[in-house]
Ligand binder design. Sequence first.
Ligand code: MN
Length: 246
Amino acid sequence: MIDLHCHLDLYPDPAAVIARCVERKTYVLSITTVPKAYRHTHRLALGAGRIRTALGLHPQLAATRTSEMGLFEELLPSTSFVGEIGLDGSYEHRSTLSVQRAVFQDIMDLCGRAGGKTISIHSRAAVNEVLQTIAPYASSCRLVLHWFVGTPRQVARAAEMGCWFSVGPAMLTSARGRASVAAMPPSRILPESDGPFGSLDGEALNPWDAWLMVAQLADLWNKQEDEVGRAMFQNFRSLLTFDTAA
Ligand code: MN
């Protein structure tokens, strides 16, 4: 199983979740929301060969954590994975958009200069601006749009740019989410849980629950579940090889 966007450090008992990921042979991209959480979160998963930790500064926290940009820059050479970063233009966060923009642009510049980073990107209520910001970095980094809800035109623009899409069970329960996923190229989709924030029927999703999206995609595409599951692994392999040290 694969979960390309999960906040392992934010579960009540991260060690227990990680132990179950190991048992279930689940590949996880462990996402952080502030640079200060990176070292600790990376250490949590040291014994788990299928887990990689990403260095992030979440747009909803960017305004209060600008002071951690120095630490971000210091830590960046130690990982190939970046996220969660991006922009959030929703009602609760639009007042900080100018700071969010500065932080997001700085991080993309750092990643572009370093090259070879795989980046998990948040774009809630800011799709066009996110696409415009990341476009210059599509050749130097692998861009993964997380929970991307866009019009078919916006999805097509992202796909032409070379973006990947991480899609979860919660996203596929809404009509807008399903319409966005229906427009995505099947070869660019990967599973995500966004746990513990991502939930289904009021229950926080665990990393292995990201795989529930396989049945939902099979339904959407009118394909067999095992065929879709194999496709997700194939997509995962073409995005990256978790076997290399990072
Ligand atoms: Mn997230």
